[in-house]
Design a protein around this ligand. Structure first.
Ligand SMILES: *Cc1c(COP(=O)(O)O)cnc(C)c1O
Length: 234
């Protein structure tokens, strides 16, 4: 069996266990398979096992895979940093964007989302540990940016995304809790918000315990990350 075949079943079982331990329904947690550096063939193999949601960080690589797999009914999430010159292709080819961290980018995605498509699902990326090296808006600035989505009808704000610091002694629990608290406060005025995109291969059980609705898993599903350059082409 290939790595992904054994790990897919066992990861989904571990997620279901984590849900039960936290008193949550397994159906409340979506697995987003982070397929950056992985080939279209590897994505197809996971899709064959029932995986629907795939996350990509690098636009060109993602577009190649999306085109190669158009005959499959997959949901594509953009999760990487967004430069202005990338917004048109993101707006046209993805269903979700998790990494919106400024109004300028949201404005462009709104203007460029094609009319024939449903509004683009968006999470605001939050720099939850206030790290200099990370993108994302400060926790305190989330409400102001969230409120502006009223002016962007082609975007549907769904919630918040964060990547806590990797070396936190508590496994990120406090950071996940702060993100969950911020979403819960936003929901007082925006009750439709339903998404907490938090938790990666190293910390997803803790994230689920703190309320994650989407966990973003790369290495847990696909094995150790390949260096980008040596990755076979699609
Ligand atoms: C690469 C990446 C992931 C997946 O990380 P793993 O540790 O391999 O699970 C999740 N989220 C983002 C934003 C990423 O860039």
């Amino acid at each position: 069996m290939k790595h992904s075949e054994t790990s897919y079943t066992s990861i989904r079982a571990r997620i279901d266990d984590a849900c039960r331990r936290s008193g949550r329904e397994p159906a409340q947690v979506t697995v987003l398979a982070v397929s950056k550096t992985r080939s279209a063939g590897e994505v197809a193999a996971l899709a064959d096992q029932g995986q629907c949601d795939f996350g990509e960080n690098y636009l060109q690589e993602a577009l190649d895979k999306i085109r190669a797999l158009t005959d499959r009914d997959l949901t594509w999430h953009f999760i990487g940093p967004i430069q202005s010159n990338k917004t048109r292709d993101i707006a046209a080819h993805f269903h979700w964007v998790h990494s919106v961290d400024r109004a300028r980018i949201a404005e462009r995605l709104n203007a460029q989302r094609p009319e024939g498509l449903a509004p683009l699902n968006v999470c605001i990326q939050v720099n939850v540990d206030a790290e200099d090296s990370k993108s994302g808006v400060a926790l305190a600035d989330v409400p102001a940016l969230a409120a502006r989505f009223q002016q962007w009808p082609r975007l549907r704000l769904r919630g918040l995304m964060a990547i806590p610091r990797a070396d936190a002694a508590d496994g990120g629990r406090d950071a996940f809790r702060r993100l969950a608290m911020t979403l819960s406060q936003l929901r007082n005025t925006m009750p439709a918000l339903d998404t907490l995109s938090m938790g990666m291969s190293a910390d997803y059980p803790v994230a689920i315990d703190e309320g994650a609705t989407i966990v973003r898993l790369g290495t847990a599903l696909f094995g150790p990350r390949l260096p980008k350059a040596s990755n076979p082409a699609v």
